[in-house]
Write a protein of this length. Structure first.
Length: 440
């Protein structure tokens, strides 16, 4: 028989449980706050020309995120494995449901990595003309952060903490500048819009855009297995992160209205640019470029961190090549990281990331829907299981979140019929692919 030293040497490495609340909040903020908050206000203002409804949709989006965090915190502490929503959807609803969630989540996360890296490249190219093309900067960004993650989870976590703090600092500085240099009352705006859209339709479209902007609040559940005390730290990270995001989003919107009237940003693709021109004048462009680059670095880092955790979990369950279960000495699933970063780089080189995200965007709300259903299933099927955190107000709060998700999913599919058809086709094709994976 082999001795204990031999067994230790040949035993597969495991993920390291060394992350805390600080990392959980940092990855939540890093994964959620990106370019959306600087762009979406213009879209919302075009639909809602009065301040109170305009701000109300941001509050409602935040409440949806809180209700979701309330439900997913119980699931993530009940089944504390790294891998995101895939883990507990598979646990509750079976391999095929988990397969759909896992593959759509992994591919869309790789696509998001490519998209955000390309955006960084576009904004940074003016500072780095020797690079000649923004795709080069995007690939270098992905490559650099992949190398950081390869060193281990301590390095990856430290990079997430640093980049998220940098993001928070520049956003707070922007908010402070708006309040200090702006001189108008922010809560007394309204203007006339032309169009025959009803208020209800405009409100629903606005909520859809806001929910997209809040998406990413699930960041910490991708690392449940690596959190030191998941029963305590996951709920704290989720609620703390969402609360900070709500506060930042509301503060940014009020700060913008402190500088310009609501009508000035209505329909603008980049509302922040309008505001920056008013308060910074000729320095607006370099200031905004720098803000975007700093804000988006943490988003790329979080996605480079999250994608391999999904693939690692699927490989561990036999839904991907088993070799992707490998973990290096630093606690990084390195083979899964390599696969994820290569796919992200391919998306950059081929320019297919926008297509991937558009085709899979419906799955992100569908995944939330399946997660909320999973909580109902597990409460019934495993009533006596240890639950370090129990969702407050369940089943009412979870039911509200579920109804909101289904409503949003229906509205999103109705407003984008073409991509919703592709989504149905992808769903139909997923089953034979799943069977092949299971057989292999």
């Amino acid at each position: 028989m082999p001795d204990s030293a031999t067994l230790t040497a040949t035993a597969p490495r495991r993920l390291l449980a060394i992350l805390g609340v600080g990392f959980g909040i940092a990855v939540t903020i890093g994964n959620t706050i990106g370019a959306g908050i600087l762009r979406t206000p213009g879209e919302i203002a075009a639909h809602l020309p009065s301040v109170l409804p305009y701000l109300a949709v941001w509050v409602i989006g935040g409440l949806y995120a809180l209700l979701g965090a309330n439900a997913l915190a119980e699931l993530a502490t009940l089944v504390p494995r790294s891998g995101g929503q895939y883990v507990f959807v598979r646990h509750a609803l079976g391999d095929y449901a988990g397969f759909i969630v896992g593959w759509s989540d992994w591919l869309s996360t790789c696509g998001t990595t490519a998209l955000v890296s390309i955006t960084i490249g576009e904004y940074a190219l003016i500072y780095l003309p020797a690079m000649r093309a923004f795709e080069v900067i995007a690939l270098l960004t992905i490559g650099l952060l992949t190398c950081v993650q390869w060193l281990g989870v301590r390095w990856g976590g430290a990079a997430q903490n640093i980049t998220s703090v940098m993001k928070a600092v520049v956003l707070i500085a922007l908010i402070a500048a708006c309040f200090h240099l702006g001189g108008r009352p922010p809560f007394h705006d309204s203007f006339i819009t032309e169009g025959d859209m009803s208020f209800f339709a405009a409100f629903m479209l606005s909520i859809t855009a806001v929910i997209y902007t809040y998406d990413g609040w699930t960041g910490v559940i991708y690392f449940s297995e690596e959190v030191r005390n998941p029963g305590r730290d996951i709920p704290r990270s989720m609620f703390g992160g969402v609360a900070l995001i709500i506060a930042i989003y509301l503060a940014i919107n009020v700060a913008f209205l402190r500088v310009v009237p609501l009508g000035s940003i209505a329909g603008k693709k980049l509302a922040a640019a309008v505001v920056a021109e008013h308060i910074f004048g000729g320095y607006a462009d370099p200031i905004l470029r720098s803000l975007f680059i700093i804000a988006l670095l943490s988003a790329v880092n979080s996605n480079v961190l999250m994608a391999p955790r999904v693939l690692f979990a699927m490989a561990s369950d036999g839904l991907f090549w088993r070799g992707a279960r490998e973990v290096n000495e630093g606690g990084t699933p390195d083979i899964a990281l390599m696969f994820s970063s290569i796919i992200s780089a391919i998306f950059v080189l081929t320019g297919t990331f926008e297509t991937v995200i558009a085709k899979l965007s419906f799955f992100f709300v569908a995944n939330y829907t399946l997660s909320f259903i999973s909580l109902f299933v597990l409460r019934r099927r495993e009533p006596d299981a240890a639950r370090p955190y129990r969702a407050w107000g369940h089943p009412i709060t979870t039911g509200v979140a579920l109804i909101a998700s289904v409503t949003f999913l229906v509205a999103a599919m109705a407003s984008d019929t073409r991509n919703s058809v592709y989504t149905v086709i992808l769903l139909a094709l997923s089953y034979p692919i799943y069977r092949v994976m299971k057989r292999r």
